[in-house]
Design a protein around this ligand. Structure first.
Ligand code: RIB
Length: 311
């Protein structure tokens, strides 16, 4: 079975419950504060591990403030052999969650953006062709990670989030899988964000013909277009959201795990969609991510099929 290496961010999330997002010039009292382990990278690692994968998380945390992050790694059986400790603050966020479960996030990179090329080369030398490398845009040295990962024959899976225009200068054509939302995907091909998603995903596949695409459409669902195959569409399950933080990371971790097991695209997409549906019904980032038995039970309880011809 291929190994999954996530070279990604780990953040301490300071989550404030608010009646609405704070406005310019406003001082807003929060209703509650919670501190959770998070970061796109760590959330995705936890999802892939809870799905059943053999997961290695590489990156960097602060030496003095990272207990909550290390506990999450250890309690999920994630290998930390290539996780560095620095005399820096860990990456952290300030997250507002409103009464509809929507969030907005301020990110401080901290130790996440202290990666070195030497560490990357050392870490990747322990992985083999066919293994999976998951990346997001919350660490530095992304270009090195993509180039070196592809040169080692790893399946490079890049979640282009949070999106910045500089990402377009990266060698994205070397990625095996790109995970994008409508705004990110349309920016990559110079289209408007309200372009029909099927036209958009075809444009992405034309520009990057060696790459599989996952187009996420928020509460509408997602589309998977594996290289050389037809698009597969999946609607989102209807659930009562209390906190959407990490829903996308849960989806991605499950999807990559399922694809790494050789599961067909439809099964992988439906399972990942179910996992993220459960995650939004729970508070926090990594703590909200379900285990595979929970996802299987959720799927068994559903009466409607979410796989569809068109979203
Ligand atoms: O995707 C959710 C994550 O984004 C949060 O856990 C936060 O740390 C930010 O990185």
């Amino acid at each position: 079975m291929p190994k999954i290496l996530n070279y990604g961010s780990l953040n301490i999330d300071y989550v404030y419950s608010v009646p609405h997002f704070v406005q310019p010039g406003e001082t807003l009292s929060s209703l509650a504060r919670n501190i959770f382990a998070g970061g796109k990278g760590l959330n995705q690692s936890v999802a892939a591990a809870r799905a059943g994968g053999t997961v290695y998380h590489a990156g960097a945390v602060g030496r003095d403030d990272s207990r909550v992050l290390l506990d999450m790694i250890e309690s999920n059986g994630i290998h930390a052999d290539y996780l560095q400790k620095r005399d820096l603050p860990s990456g952290h966020t300030i997250i507002q969650v409103d009464e509809h479960g929507q969030n907005c996030i301020i990110l401080y990179g901290g130790a996440n953006v202290s990666l070195t090329k030497e560490e990357i080369h050392h870490t990747l030398s322990h992985f083999a062709a066919g293994d999976y490398l998951i990346l997001q845009n919350e660490v530095n040295c992304i270009e090195e990670l993509i180039r070196k990962g592809a040169a080692c024959g790893l399946n490079v899976c890049f979640n282009v989030s949070p999106f910045t225009p500089e990402l377009l200068q990266l060698p994205l054509e070397l990625c095996s899988v790109l995970i994008v939302n409508e705004i990110e995907g349309s920016a990559m091909v110079g289209m408007s964000a309200d372009t029909d998603p099927y036209i958009l995903i075809e444009a992405l596949c034309s520009k990057y013909p060696q790459t599989s695409f996952v187009l996420t459409l928020g509460s509408r669902g997602s589309i998977l277009r594996q290289k050389g195959k037809e698009a597969i569409s999946c609607r989102a399950y209807q659930v009562n959201a209390v906190d959407t933080t990490a829903a996308g990371d849960t989806f991605l971790g499950y999807l990559i795990y399922m694809l790494s097991c050789g599961e067909d695209g439809g099964t992988a997409l439906q399972t990942a969609t179910a996992a993220s549906a459960i995650a939004v019904t729970r508070k926090g980032a990594a703590p909200s991510i379900p285990t595979m038995p929970e996802v299987k039970q959720f799927l068994a309880e559903q009466r409607t099929t979410v796989l569809t011809d068109r979203i």
